[in-house]
Design a protein around this ligand. Sequence first.
Ligand code: SRM
Ligand code: SF4
Length: 571
Amino acid sequence: MSDYKPNSKHDPQAKFADNERLKTESNFLRGTIEADLKDQITGGFTADNFQLIRFHGMYQQDDRDIRPERAKQKLEPLHNVMLRARMPGGIIKPEQWLAIDKFAEEKTMYGSIRLTTRQTFQFHGVLKPNIKDMHQMLNSVGIDSIATAGDVNRNVLCTTNPVESELHQEAYEWAAKISEHLLPKTRAYAEIWLNGEKSESTEEPILGSTYLPRKFKTTVTIPPNNEVDVHANDLNFVAIAENGKLVGFNVLVGGGLAMTHGDVNTYPRKADDFGYVPLEHTLAIAEHVVSVQRDWGNRVNRKNAKTKYTLDTFGSDAFKAEVEKRAGVKFEQSRPYEFTHRGDRFGWVEGIDGKHHLTVFIQNGRILDFPDKALKTGCRKIAEIHQGDFRMTANQNLIIAGVPADQKDVIEHLARDHGLIDDSHTEQRKASMACVALPTCPLAMAEAERYLPELIEKTEALLAKHGVAEDHIILRVVGCPNGCGRAMLAEAGLVGKGPGKYNLYLGGNREGTRIPKLYLENVGEETYLNALDELIGRWASERNDAEGFGDFVIRQGIVAEVKVSKTDFHA
Ligand code: SRM
Ligand code: SF4
């Protein structure tokens, strides 16, 4: 179990965070969720259960647009839950799609399926009486939502690359194995949501009885595509292949993007390269990166509890040596690899197995029947006839994968008829991303998803004005500094500060290997668009061949490069 030495490197006087108490007292994540579920007086979950349902993949929310009106009427907020499914590698079968489509349509307040930046989907607006049915529906088609939130290892990402099918299949299998290996062992989920037999408390040999100090994120990545944004993750297995066969992984530890406005002890940070391990050590390494973080991570201050801070507190070398000691494995010298891009490859591609794969752009990942585009109906109609599978990308898009040649035409027709293929989308639109933010996210300080379409149009106009309409900037907007839309790896990232007010960060690169730096603080649209207008103008006329916007602003010294986050990010 955990050999966490209270505060050895952290504040020796401080008390543990309250989340530690609630995990300890939760009886392995059971709490009193079942009793709460029967309580009709409130639509919400009370006391510790509000946090504990997260470990089961749900967050309590309410629609912030209608909150003031309900308060005026002396009604409690319209409590509901958001559910996030566990989908290692983002692969979902057509029959599963049809089931989630039906549930979204019939039993959620918003009717949408929301693809996330971590290769899964969310339902928003599930009212209490429908929660158990939802889990049972998911279970009936082989989906669960265990550990997609809370202080555990989350949904494991894997590069969606159906083209090199063999390598991808192997990498995907590792993503699924790592996900299983690091899952909580408690039976709480089955007992509460699936009417499973009641059991006594459980052992958590990997996570420990108080689980991890904070959320933990893992990827399996196939270079040269860094679509999963490794530097947003605590633990990354970068695939190394020889003659098209996977032989092992370079292991990158300690990435993460969140910060708190005004708190210089928080910062986005890239992952450190620990070295190469052959395949057979993968699970041991995963287990012991987790176990060291479990035991050394800060359980006093949740704002400094993620692996990135543990590395900066103890030193990356000390952390790595402890992983080697516990796993009984020495990291070898890293094998060479390169990330060259991270966008999705839209349109059709043919895999080495002769199957065809269609990547479609889903703005903000929001699958819904919009007045001008019936995206949800289109996906449903495709699922009704599709013989392959769907893959959700880490850029909130969707791949209709494994299509035999004789079905290509019919799928393309359906996609076009329902707006899933739209040739008018610019490169800029396809390179832009936002987090959910308002109205469902309780932490949003400014709009993101609802603002993105307008911002894209304005950015497209600036590119056109400077004669570079065919080019793009990796542009990301987030409603607060938690950074769920990964603005802290964008070439231009807007981070919400207050209604209509953002910080503008510049200088990430196209490969996703550089953290951007603050350029403008707490400004409104006019100010940041004027700044972008000037900088895009300079970029268009002064850039080197094919130089990305982020590289340009660094080369020109418009912002300083962030090399070591701890010292450079706030300097
Ligand atoms: Fe996130 C919290 C949405 C990816 C960092 N995130 C939230 C919550 C649950 C708000 C809350 O705690 O009540 C948001 C729910 C909004 C809603 O209404 O749906 C939320 N995060 C999302 C999603 C849906 C954004 C999206 O538009 O796709 C992504 C779901 C991923 C998934 O399927 O698991 C999402 N969140 C991320 C990422 C990006 C990534 O992982 O690639 C990050 C930054 C990377 C990182 O972790 O450093 C991210 N979310 C956070 C944080 C800050 C964590 C920290 O280190 O301090 C929070 C707040 C927290 O944990 O306290 C948060
Ligand atoms: Fe909510 Fe902030 Fe995450 Fe956006 S970045 S979804 S506003 S927590």
